[in-house]
Design a protein around this ligand. Structure first.
Ligand code: DQA
Length: 144
């Protein structure tokens, strides 16, 4: 099975960006760990990072008919984007929402997610491991 991995805005700066909140692992480091786990789980990954909402919507639409699931860290768009939520709902693919930080332990505006209601579930607070746990959850969901 093939999984679309989506990283939202500012995640290209991981490693340099607010290391006290997001840690020192780079995005490439997270992607490398995901690729290793995917190989173990016999999953194929397509990995996309974008700072733009429209590009993320396009990537989600592109998963229809080509991917069997979506692993997404919508980053700041988590808290604002009806468009990303509707795109996920439109694909009818299982999606798992992940966050590095515990969004529920931070500013109140971060505890609301427009994405969570259309996701299978949300994993947050485990740093880069949130992604790995999310990929495992998706694999299990897909019967892998
Ligand atoms: C984040 C949490 C969001 O609130 C924030 O806007 C991000 C990163 C996380 O992974 O912890 O950019 O999604």
């Amino acid at each position: 099975a093939k999984i679309l991995v989506l990283h939202g805005p500012n995640l290209n700066l991981l490693g340099v960006r607010e290391p006290g909140v997001y840690g020192t692992t780079t995005l490439e480091g997270i992607n490398q760990a995901l690729r290793e786990l995917a190989a173990e789980l016999s999953l194929e990954l397509e990995i996309v990072q974008s700072n733009s909402e429209g590009a993320l919507v396009d990537a989600i639409q592109g998963a229809m008919g080509t991917c069997q699931g979506i692993l997404i860290n919508p980053a700041a768009y988590t808290h604002t984007s009806v468009a990303i939520r509707d795109a996920i709902a439109s694909t009818a693919l299982p999606a798992v929402e992940v966050h590095l930080s515990n969004v529920h332990a931070r500013e109140p505006f971060r505890s609301h997610s427009f994405i969570a209601p259309v996701a299978v579930g949300q994993i947050c607070g485990f740093g880069p491991d949130s992604y790995l746990l999310g990929l495992r959850a998706l694999a299990k969901r897909l019967g892998k």
